[in-house]
Ligand binder design. Structure first.
Ligand code: PLP
Length: 431
């Protein structure tokens, strides 16, 4: 429980390492870590270096087991359903799932047109070699409500022959543009129309941004980043895998402790590799193969993994997880409307597809003007605003965060507009 009344806004900057002259309106790309969480990571690193054998064989593993339980609770993923393991980032989680599943010739992989480019690369590079066929669900403006997305998915699912959909990949929150997707409805619809399909939800942007309830959503796989919205250090993400699908999934790196995960309903075989894993570690408990495979992937810095615990503690110390989410979601909605009003443009997201990121159309459709204005906004006003081209227009994806206030967005919007007008006038004069 929170011990103090939350004070969000500029007052919160003291908790972060942000340069005083810098205003980030794009927290969603990389996040930034609170000082106390960074300090915790350094403490773990010192502990590791002070007793390396104990750290790798025992201390790290015991800490990680606690963290896995803590994250599982946070996303409501009871052990009876499946397991939560910690990985480096969303890219590692996606690779583990997509590359673990073996596709047969002609099997379909469904994904949104707005899926993160890395996901499309994994499908193109790895899966098309196995003969898998990507099916893209178009997501295009204007977006009136989330039923529009459900209808587009329904149409795509109806065109896939029975028994041919192997994997459906839905973003919980897409990246560019940022859209909160109706994933509960999509999981239900997919299970009705293609009961054999596996379902992965890409929640890279979800932890710390919106509530996640894995038991309720019931996907086969769910992944989320710690460093974006939850405030872990960089190099901490989680992957949930339902029990029945665990035998399919391998970590991106197969280590000396690797063991086969038994098929559902089968006991774990004790063989040489299993004994190696036990000999390496000093774990007082026998970790199941699935969790064990992700726990140790060679000698590296595992300290970021442990900072899930410190990030969650930080959130409680400044007012609580729910209070933070309320503040950033409300700020984002209000700021999005204000920015669109200043620019005489519009917010892309309908209310029920909004979260702590929103897309607003820029006051120019000229890509070069948008890019020049982005750079000048940073150089002249210290504001980073992400801009992108999409469907014939220029857009920004804005992120709210606890260290921001409405004035950060409105001032940035006014500066940006003035720069755009100057850049356009310069170009008109040159012609
Ligand atoms: C929807 C989505 N998936 C995956 C990723 C990849 O995340 P990471 O760079 O942490 O691997 C991102 C990154 O922004 C994303 O937005």
């Amino acid at each position: 429980m929170a011990s103090t009344t939350p004070v969000f806004g500029h007052e919160m900057r003291k908790h972060f390492l942000l340069a005083p002259e810098y205003t980030p309106l794009n927290h969603g790309s990389y996040g930034t870590v609170p000082r106390v969480v960074m300090d915790a990571e350094r403490r773990y690193e010192e502990e590791c270096e002070s007793k390396p054998d104990m750290w790798f064989r025992s201390t790290y593993r015991l800490n990680l087991l606690e963290v896995m339980d803590r994250v599982a609770q946070y996303v409501n993923a009871p052990k009876t359903l499946g397991s939560v393991v910690v990985v480096e980032n969303a890219t590692a989680a996606i690779n583990s799932v997509f590359r673990g599943i073996q596709f047969h010739e002609g099997e379909r992989i469904l994904h949104f047109s707005v899926a993160y480019p890395m996901v499309k690369n994994v499908i193109r590079y790895v899966k098309e070699r196995e003969g898998a066929v990507p099916v893209e669900v178009p997501v295009r403006p204007p977006i009136a409500n989330d039923d529009q997305v459900v209808d587009a998915v329904r149409t795509a699912l109806a065109e896939i022959p029975a028994g041919k959909l192997r994997l459906a990949a839905y973003d919980h929150i897409s990246s560019v543009p940022a859209l909160l997707m109706p994933v509960k409805k999509l999981v239900t619809l997919t299970r009705q129309m293609h009961p054999e399909a596996l379902i992965i939800l890409d929640g890279s942007h979800a932890p710390g941004n919106i509530n996640i309830d894995i038991a309720d959503l019931d996907p086969d796989f769910y992944l989320g980043n710690g460093n974006k919205w939850l405030f872990t250090t960089k190099g901490a993400a989680f992957l949930y895998v339902k029990k029945a699908a665990q035998h399919l999934i391998v970590p991106q790196v197969v280590s000396l402790e690797f063991r086969d995960v038994p098929l559902p309903g089968h006991a774990e075989a004790v063989h040489a590799a299993h004994t190696t894993a036990q000999a390496q570690s000093l774990l007082p408990v026998d970790v199941p193969a699935f969790e064990g495979n992700f726990m140790y992937i060679g000698t590296k810095d595992y300290c970021p993994y442990i900072t899930f615990r410190d990030a969650l503690a930080f959130r409680e110390s400044v007012g609580g997880d729910q209070a933070i989410k309320r503040y950033i979601q409300e700020l984002m909605w209000q700021a999005g409307q204000e920015v669109a009003r200043i620019w005489h443009t519009e917010v892309l997201n309908p209310r029920n597809m909004a979260c702590s990121m929103l897309n607003v159309r820029l006051p120019t459709d000229d890509e070069q003007v948008a890019k020049d204005a982005q750079l000048r906004l940073y150089n002249e006003h210290g504001v980073f605003m992400m801009v992108y081209s999409w469907e014939g227009h220029q857009w920004t994806r804005l992120s709210a965060q606890v260290y921001l206030e409405l004035s950060d967005f409105t001032q940035a919007a006014q500066h940006f507009l003035a720069i755009v007008k100057e850049e356009e006038a310069k170009r008109t004069a040159a012609h």
